[in-house]
Structure formats: structure tokens, C-alpha cells
Design a protein around this ligand. Structure first.
Ligand code: KG4
Ligand code: ZN
Length: 343
């Protein structure tokens, strides 16, 4: 079965074709980073307009690269949420219209399910069940994944997501957008330990997170009387270490609690080198293993949406009503067992 996937939930326009027999047949990705950089963050209306500008061309290009036409497709999957409403509407409209015209199903895919399942695209994929640490710009969650569509939330952030904390802290340090990778690059030239930042909720006894206090601690540091003397690289290293310490400790606790040994890390922050190194060491020490999506699949892309859509298609999922544009800007992953139209 050949599924075209469309991702347009935020600032990346992604298109891909995944074949359940032959794997990935084609993909195209356009990042809007330059468009938003001057504003210091994503401007939703500009994001929507840019998705409209590029999506049709990217779809045509992907089909051409795969040597296919729309008539060769079995379904079209699109990110229905969570994400920016206007941006989601672009992908949903294009996907639903194309699917209706071609007389094939359109599948409304959950963005985080895309991230969550993307490590399964690797040759050396983990077996179910595993613990997933989802760390993106909008989410920080620990889940037990027992199969496609079988997700149990174990803990999540009570305020800022890990990526959001990276982005906001980067802004405080004057690093601009996109903050996460820039802060990580600066941290690589600094030494952690000098500023004694807190490790929020490290000993809370549950699997929840909180990162907004950490960002405030950095703000206090840079705006305090000694602000001018603060070494930005050391402070960035300290901030990154604090986030990594908490993520690693809670991920290990989740594995212990569920008697599991495989950890999957998904979402943009999963690209962070310090986090990967710390998780690799910690898991190896207790005989477990960490699985990461390929680096290109860590951040938003169309491949993960085509893949998640294909998994749902082979399990018999079909659009409840043709040409019905379904988006859910806020959509808890735990609700996924129910079809989107029924929610
Ligand atoms: O999953 P993603 O591409 O988009 C969603 O939020 O769905 O994640 C983007 C987030 C941003 O907050 C970005 O700053 C963060 O991932 N990020 C990083 C790194 N690369 C991306 N954070 C820390 N270190 C990185 N290397
Ligand atoms: Zn994402």
C-alpha cells in the first residue's frame, strides 16, 4: 500500500510517499526557518501562507521523484493535529481534496504518533512494548507504547515543554530562533556546573516534568546585578545539563516502573547531542537500549506522517466521511484509540 503523507503543523512543509512493501519512495521537505527568524519565533499566519505557496509544488515533486501519479496512491495521510490551526488547515484541505478527487481514503494522523513511530523506520527497530520519551517544542511526555495506537501516558510537563524551554532560554540569551539548536551549539563551548541551576521535579516521585522555573532561574541570572559577568556559554551548558539530568532520570524511572529495557526518543529535542550521550550511557549501565529516529526524522517531516498513516491504513482505518476536513489544534495523544471524526 502506497501512502502520501503531508505535514504542515508548524514551520516545516513535508511531503513523502511510504510503501508498506518497498519503504520510502520519495520525500520533500521545506523549512520556513528563514521566514520566521527575523521575528524571533514562528508567526502562524505567515506559516499558513507559506504552506499554501509550497505544498502543491512539493506534492508534485514527490510524486515525480517516485515515478508515480495520484492514481498509484492507496491513501493520503495528513497531520490533523496538534499544531497551528491555520497551518493544519492547509495540509488537511489539500489532502482531503486530493483523496476525494482520486476516490481514495484520507487519514487524519496525530503529529506525535508520527514522531513516536518514526524509530520503527530504522533497520534496527525496537520491539513493542517500549517506553517513549517525546520531547518536542510543544510536548514533553513519557508514554508506554504497546503497539500502533496503544499509548499510555505515564507523565508529562506541567508547564513548558523541553523544546519550548530551550527556545525561551535561547531568546533570553539573545540567541534568536530557532533556539534549541543554537543554545545546544553554545553549550558545547561552555562548562556546566558553575551556576547551580535547579533540577525541577527531579525528586517529585512521579513521572511529570516542569521546565518554566528553569527558564526563570536563567532570567534571574542574566538580569541580576552580576548579569554582565555571566558567561553565556557556561550558563547555556548548565541549562542544558539541568534539562538532560531531569529527562534522563525520569526516563529511567519509567523503564524501571514498567520493567522495560527499550527507550525510544522522539521529537526535535531528541536531536540534542548531550541528551543522547547521557541516555546512551545511562541505559547501557542498566542493560537497556535507546532507539532514535534517523537525525533527519527527529524534527518535523512528511515521512513520519506517511508512515503512521500507512500503519493505520493496514489496520483497516478509513476516513469516516469523504472530503471532511478534520483538524484538532489541541489533540491529546491518549485519545487516539477513537477515530478523529467521533471526537
Ligand atoms: O518536533 P519538533 O521539530 O517540532 C514540534 O515541536 O513538533 O521540535 C522542535 C523543537 C524546538 O523547540 C527546537 O528548539 C528543539 O526541538 N530542538 C532542539 C534541538 N534541535 C531541535 N533542542 C535542543 N537541542 C537540539 N539540538
Ligand atoms: Zn514535531
Amino acid at each position: 500500500m502506497k501512502v502520501l503523507g503531508i505535514e504542515s503543523s508548524c514551520d516545516e512543509t513535508g511531503v513523502a510517499i511510504f510503501d508498506t512493501e518497498a519503504g520510502l519512495l520519495g520525500e520533500a521537505l521545506y523549512s520556513q526557518i528563514d521566514l520566521h527568524a527575523v521575528y524571533g519565533g514562528v508567526v502562524p499566519e505567515l506559516a499558513s501562507r507559506d504552506h499554501i505557496r509550497l505544498l502543491p509544488a512539493l506534492v508534485r515533486q514527490t510524486l515525480k521523484d517516485a515515478g508515480m501519479t495520484v492514481a498509484d496512491l492507496d491513501a493520503i495521510a495528513y497531520t490533523a493535529g496538534p499544531g497551528l490551526a491555520g497551518a493544519l488547515l492547509v495540509g488537511a484541505s489539500v489532502a482531503e481534496a486530493m483523496a476525494f478527487a482520486a476516490g481514495i481514503p484520507a487519514l487524519a494522523v496525530h503529529h506525535l504518533e508520527g514522531h513516536l513511530l518514526s524509530p520503527l523506520l530504522a533497520d534496527d527497530a525496537p520491539d513493542f512494548p517500549f517506553i517513549a520519551l517525546l520531547v518536542s517544542g510543544g510536548h514533553t511526555q513519557l508514554m508506554q507504547v504497546s503497539g500502533v495506537g496503544e499509548y499510555e501516558l505515564l507523565g508529562e510537563t506541567l508547564d513548558d515543554a523541553a523544546g519550548e524551554a530551550f527556545d525561551k532560554t535561547a531568546k533570553l540569551l539573545g540567541l534568536g530562533y530557532p533556539g534549541g539548536p543554537r543554545l545546544a551549539a553554545l553549550a558545547a563551548s561552555g562548562r556546566p556546573g558553575k551556576y547551580r541551576l535547579p533540577r525541577p521535579m527531579l525528586h517529585s516521585g512521579d513521572l511529570d516534568f516542569s521546565f518554566s522555573g528553569l527558564k526563570t532561574a536563567v532570567l534571574t541570572m542574566v538580569s541580576g546585578t552580576n548579569g554582565a559577568a555571566v558567561c553565556a556559554a557556561d550558563l547555556a551548558a548548565d541549562f542544558q545539563q539541568a534539562v538532560v539530568d531531569v529527562l534522563v532520570a525520569k526516563a529511567l524511572a519509567a523503564l524501571r516502573q514498567r520493567h522495560l529495557r527499550s527507550l525510544v526518543v522522539a521529537g526535535g529535542v531528541g536531536a540534542n547531542r548531550a541528551l543522547r550521550d547521557a541516555l546512551d550511557v545511562a541505559l547501557a549501565r542498566q542493560g537497556g537500549r535507546v532507539y532514535y529516529p534517523a537525525p533527519a526524522l527527529c524534527t518535523d517531516n512528511g515521512v513520519m506522517i506517511a508512515f503512521a498513516g500507512a500503519q493505520r491504513l493496514v489496520r483497516g482505518e478509513r476516513s469516516p466521511a469523504p472530503a471532511t476536513i478534520r483538524i484538532r489544534p489541541r489533540w491529546p495523544l491518549a485519545e487516539l484509540t477513537r477515530p478523529v471524526a467521533a471526537q
